[in-house]
Design a protein around this ligand. Structure first.
Ligand code: ATR
Length: 277
């Protein structure tokens, strides 16, 4: 009797020890009683392609990809989702039975699902959103917001030309706001999203005046260490609904898990507790 192969998945990055993805996927595997495992893989940039091409031969059915490999992951794949192409990076790889690699990007999906779950009262079409930062995470957030029908996106970044470049790429719905004027523009927005690393444990503080922030504005930080960042605390103090960044991580893992292990997993408090342990 031959036993079926145990499907493997993992997260490839450098560094990777801090990743919470293994806890999340292992929690789901145990919860649904599925055969499989999910491992952290620390891989240098020079070795990324060799490693990915070898993984299917070792029983891997796919992988998540994180810093610094997201752009390379898109390049080496044979097939791509539209959203991965638009974002310009991949975070989820599926190794198909025919030997080809499919690349997807679920960051924007994770961001939007987290918002929908955490702030059910927020309606995308209700008004402008402001995005702080213009890096890789901002690209996924902007694509998701535009896709959801947000009418105007105010974009503010310390290095203004990077925000201008995103405007040139993603269109006139984006309006660039000077970094030093971001606080002033807050009065007009229905949603504020921080996509920079500012406010993360060990990083500098996000220095934006919240004086103009209205209680009706929903505030989301993609930083989740600490769970309540100074930005979220400041927003709460002003009566705003806030959404922490952990949910984006949890939701972005759903499509990959479903493709690899055949079951759509739930994002709920039980998962949050397991990942935070
Ligand atoms: P990610 O993929 O997580 O978005 P990234 O592409 O390196 O990471 O982008 C980091 C973002 O945080 C950028 O918008 C960066 O601003 P710059 O484009 O000016 O570098 C922002 N950021 C990082 N440190 C910052 C700081 N001390 N002050 C203001 N913005 C900062």
């Amino acid at each position: 009797m031959t036993l079926p192969a145990i499907p493997l998945a993992g997260v490839i990055g450098n560094p990777i020890a801090q990743s919470r993805s293994p806890r999340m996927h292992r929690h789901w595997l145990a919860r649904y009683g599925l055969a499989g495992d999910y491992v952290p893989l620390e891989v240098r940039e020079a070795n990324f392609e060799t490693v990915v091409r070898t993984m299917p031969k070792m029983g891997f059915v796919g992988a998540n990809v994180t810093i610094p490999h997201k752009t390379a992951a898109l390049k080496i794949a044979d097939h791509h989702s539209d959203r991965a192409i638009v974002i310009g990076a991949a975070n989820t790889l599926i190794f198909r039975a025919d030997g080809t690699i499919f690349a997807d990007n679920t960051d924007g999906y994770g961001f939007m699902e987290n918002l929908r779950q955490g702030a059910p009262g927020w309606a995308p079409r209700s008004g402008p959103a402001m995005v702080l930062g213009a890096g890789g995470a901002a690209r996924a957030v902007i694509v998701a917001l535009a896709d959801a029908g947000v009418p105007r996106i105010l974009l503010s970044n310390r290095t203004r030309p990077k925000a201008e470049a995103l405007r040139a790429e993603f269109g006139s719905r984006i309006e660039v706001v000077d970094w030093v004027q971001a606080g002033e523009a807050l009065a007009d927005v229905k949603l504020l999203v921080n996509t920079t690393s500012l406010g993360m444990t060990g990083q500098a503080e996000l220095k934006i005046s919240l004086d103009n922030l209205r209680p009706a504005t929903v505030v989301n930080d993609i930083v989740y260490e600490p769970l309540v960042t100074p930005l979220l605390q400041g927003a709460r103090d002003r009566g705003c609904a806030t959404v922490d960044g952990l949910g984006m991580l949890l939701h972005q893992g759903v499509p990959g898990f479903e493709r690899w292990f055949g079951r759509r997993p739930a994002v709920d408090d039980e998962l949050r507790r397991a990942v935070l342990e």
